[in-house]
Design a protein around this ligand. Structure first.
Ligand code: NI
Length: 139
């Protein structure tokens, strides 16, 4: 771990009270840990703001496998992105519904391209991309 630095921050009392209340609910032990979490969150946002940065995404989709040959379409699309799809898992939720979780590692713009494409397919009930990080820039 690199050297720790203490620094003072001036903030409106009511704003700080809201911040403390939120952090109590989230279970942060102290303000320092909560502020470190905010900084890391902003760094991840920055990581995703540059389209050619390498990063990591976790994409989940829920769909009815009976509709529109969606299973074959999803399978075929994933074969086109072999170089950035690290892993995928499929579970059968019930008779109709499936959940697929796809882990991607690669350039931001390519992760967004495939996940946007998959989300737009007919038969997809819900698609959600979690934009996370390789962790390299987060220390
Ligand atoms: Ni299934």
């Amino acid at each position: 771990m690199s050297k720790l630095i203490r620094f003072g921050v001036s903030v409106d009392a009511e704003l700080l009270e809201k911040f403390d209340d939120m952090n109590d609910k989230k279970g942060f032990g102290n303000r320092s840990e909560a502020i470190r979490d905010l900084i890391r969150e902003k760094l991840v946002t920055e990581e995703w703001s540059q389209t050619d940065n390498e990063t990591v995404g976790v994409f989940s989709i829920v769909y009815d496998h009976h509709q529109n040959e969606i299973s074959q379409i999803l399978n075929s699309l994933q074969h086109n992105y072999l170089d950035i799809i690290v892993s995928s898992t499929h579970i059968h939720i019930d008779h109709h519904n499936c959940l697929e979780v796809i882990i991607l590692k690669g350039e931001c713009h390519r992760i967004k391209a495939i996940t946007n494409r998959l989300s737009a397919e007919r038969g997809i009930k819900h698609g959600k991309l979690i934009m996370t990080s390789t962790g390299t820039a987060l220390l």
